[in-house]
Design a protein around this ligand. Structure first.
Ligand SMILES: [Zn+2]
Length: 94
């Protein structure tokens, strides 16, 4: 399975959160549903939302060994996927 050449293998393609994998848009929706993010997060860049939410609940995003994906999403890089991986919410292939 070849990736398009403009996508880098270390690009953040999705996030793991509460044992599921989400594309960035669905991650935001899930965080809003969980009450971690405000509905205004839909209009913000994913990384800004994560930065704000991490600050609000005292998560150190710079060291992902200090928190668990059950508490806060962690990024997943393109080269970690298998061709069968898809978003848990919209089921789009990642
Ligand atoms: Zn999705």
């Amino acid at each position: 399975m070849n990736r398009p050449p403009y996508r880098r293998s270390d690009e953040i393609a999705a996030y793991t959160y509460q044992a599921d994998i989400y594309c960035p848009a669905c991650l935001i929706e899930t965080m809003i549903a969980d009450g971690i993010a405000a509905p205004a997060a839909r209009d913000m860049p994913t990384d800004d939302v994560l930065e704000q939410c991490a600050g609000a609940i005292a998560i150190n995003r710079d060291d992902d060994t200090t928190y668990d994906t059950s508490e806060f999403p962690k990024p997943v890089f393109l080269d970690c996927f298998t061709p069968d991986d898809s978003c848990a919410r919209c089921h789009a292939p990642l």
